[in-house]
Design a protein around this ligand. Structure first.
Ligand code: PFF
Length: 459
């Protein structure tokens, strides 16, 4: 029988507050900040999107994050175990936990494909300097190789465990990421014409604010804070009782927001200086930026640094996606960490293949019009796009809706507040009273609005 580490007394824990904060910030900071946030802001008119996004983070994302973290620490378990610990076995709510684990698998599978592109682009100038994005994304062996490489890195970190794997690597990689971003920002804001980009990015044009923009900003707030699929329940489950959840969670939100804002500071000045269109959509980082780099003095180095930092940010997030699934098998099935990582890694790699081959390499994965018709499913026509929409966008909103109802009503926001109080010497009762109200009445209603926004397919 394989050794197990499942009882709450010998459960692994973060070694320090800073260790937890960096690991959770590592989960939050990822492709969402550097790839998704800038293209959404570019499409949403710049400053207007940024403003609404910040409000969504502060008033919805952060309080809900406290809820997931407190559920995790209270139960000391993965999402399924956490729900079981409150309802007992046999409750229908366990399905929500099951959804979290499944979403971890699925998001990891396609997230690794985009992360693989980032890795590939870091070395593209050496390997295939003249290759355009379309040819790159359509190359089967390149994509399969890059996914395999990126997943392998993720597996190697997670097999090391909570403290010696996840926490140690987050402590190394996040500071590196921070320095690399600063270097790229210095280059970007010193370009001629950068000021116009800064104005677009920072000065809100209130006429741009629409219902769709608000929904997109809310959805981004959940994606970027890794909410709605139990990643923060899982990371919370390794928190010692002496830690202050709200304070640590607040730092995670602060760092995550800083990196997203910094991503804008590197991208918009460069875009405007080179006369590129900010509203290019998901291709922004892979199609437009390399063109910008090519025209820029020292562009080759900046390009390498940029894609290196994108890869690093993606790695500290993919780790958390894998950890959700691994913690489920370790807690609930008594598998060893090593066995879980190996088996889940192989399955995820196989699941990633359709996404990796969905940009032209295999026609049946690239054009799903034979399934969904010409317009695609919610406008998505390849495997990666459909999975990102169904699981990464709408799915996270559905998950966050059920989890917020679970925390607010089934477990009870007042009991969650007791968990928040433990380890905290600073939380005022007045704040907790507002938090309880928000967790019960405001967050579920607002999140239901995002679900409807996604399902009516206007986004
Ligand atoms: N927060 C990550 C990002 O912004 O790239 C993505 C993510 C990671 C979403 C983990 C959900 C998750 F559980």
């Amino acid at each position: 029988r394989l050794p197990m580490s499942t009882t709450s007394t010998d459960r692994e824990q973060w070694s320090s507050q800073i260790g937890f904060v960096l690991a959770a910030a590592g989960s939050a900071i990822g492709l969402g900040n550097i790839w998704r946030f800038p293209y959404l802001a570019g499409e949403g008119g710049g400053g207007a999107f940024v403003l609404i996004y910040l409000l969504c983070i502060l008033f919805i994302g952060m309080p809900y994050l406290f809820g997931e973290l407190s559920l995790g620490r209270n139960s000391q378990k993965n999402p399924v175990g956490a729900i079981k610990s409150i309802t007992g076995g046999g409750s229908a709510w366990i399905v929500v936990g099951g959804f979290c684990v499944l979403a971890g698998f699925v998001i990891l599978s396609y997230y690794s494909v985009v992360a693989g592109w980032a890795v590939g682009y870091a070395v593209k100038d050496v390997l295939a300097p003249t290759m355009g994005f379309e040819a790159f994304a359509a190359s089967p062996w390149l994509n399969v190789g890059l996914v395999a490489f990126f997943l392998l890195l993720t597996l190697l970190v997670v097999v090391g465990g909570v403290e010696k794997g996840i926490e140690r690597w987050a402590k190394i990689l996040l500071p590196v990421l921070f320095v690399l971003i600063l270097l790229v920002i210095v280059r970007a804001v010193t370009l001629d014409g950068a000021a116009e980009g800064l104005r677009f990015y920072l000065v809100p044009d209130f006429s741009e604010i629409t219902f769709d923009l608000v929904i997109a900003a809310l959805g981004q707030a959940f994606f970027t804070l890794s909410l709605g699929m139990g990643a923060m329940i899982t990371y919370g489950s390794y928190l010692p009782k002496r830690e202050d959840i709200a304070m640590s969670g607040g730092y995670v939100v602060l760092f995550n927001t800083m990196i997203a804002l910094m991503a804008g500071f590197m991208i918009f000045p460069a875009l405007f200086a080179m006369g590129a269109d900010p509203a290019t959509g998901p291709a922004l980082v892979f199609v437009v930026l390399p063109e910008v780099f090519a025209q820029m003095p020292l562009g080759g180095i900046v390009e390498f640094l940029f894609f290196l930092l994108l890869s690093i940010a993606a790695l500290t997030s993919s780790i958390s996606l894998l950890e959700v699934v691994v913690s489920y098998f370790v807690d609930e099935k008594n598998w060893s960490r090593r066995k879980s990582v190996l088996i889940i890694g192989v399955i995820t790699f196989l699941m990633a293949l359709p996404s990796a081959l969905s940009f032209g390499a295999v026609g049946a994965f690239s054009d799903l019009s034979y399934l969904f018709g010409e317009g695609g499913l919610f406008g998505q026509n390849n495997v990666l796009g459909v999975l990102d929409y169904l699981i990464g966008s709408a799915g996270l909103a559905v998950g966050a809706f059920f989890l917020s109802v679970f925390i607010g009503w089934v477990w009870g926001a007042d009991r969650a507040a007791d968990e928040l109080r433990q380890g905290s010497s600073t939380l005022a009762d007045g704040f907790l009273g507002v938090w309880i109200f928000g967790m019960r009445y405001i967050i579920p209603v607002v999140v239901f609005g995002i679900v409807m926004g996604y399902l009516t397919g206007t986004l």
